[in-house]
Design a protein around this ligand. Structure first.
Ligand code: SF4
Length: 144
């Protein structure tokens, strides 16, 4: 089986590590990721770079892409049901308010993403946590 090597930039976070994908061109599948010698990674990758690419071969591998908000109207363990954005935002605001009232603001944490949303969305997220919720419990997926 001929193996094709393609160097690219890891898409997970902003560090810009260089990955060398080994691919099976006949079946259009990526087989392995190894670190390339990039300016920022110098021949190393974190776990996401090494192993977090299997969704490329199968975009449904983790979860199907969400196209509408989903709510468990029946509570924990109930099936997820489609909702409108207005319903989802009202539901989330109501539940966060209940939790904050019952357990205090530090019972809630907010986490940002290094991937898609960009700096502005992460800024809004931490502002929401601090100003609206009243907690400094702010974290980021890159810490894994
Ligand atoms: S997720 Fe890991 S491998 Fe990918 S760019 Fe960030 S640090 Fe590098």
């Amino acid at each position: 089986m001929p193996i094709k090597e393609v160097q690219t930039t890891c898409a997970y976070c902003g560090a810009g590590c260089q990955i060398l994908f080994k691919a099976d061109p006949e079946n259009n599948k990526i087989l392995e990721a190894v670190p390339a010698k990039g300016r920022t990674n110098d021949g190393t990758l974190c776990l996401k770079g090494h192993y977090g690419w299997d969704y490329i071969n199968d975009p449904q591998i983790l979860t199907k892409r969400l196209k509408k908000p989903l709510i468990r109207r029946g509570g924990k363990g109930a099936p997820l049901e489609e909702a409108t954005w207005d319903e989802a935002i009202s539901y989330t605001a109501g539940r966060l308010s209940e939790i904050k009232k019952k357990y205090g603001p530090d019972s809630i944490m907010c986490t940002g993403s290094a991937r898609g949303p960009g700096n502005e969305a992460n800024y809004v997220m931490q502002k929401f946590a601090r100003a609206a919720i009243g907690t400094n419990n702010v974290d980021h997926c890159a810490r894994i």
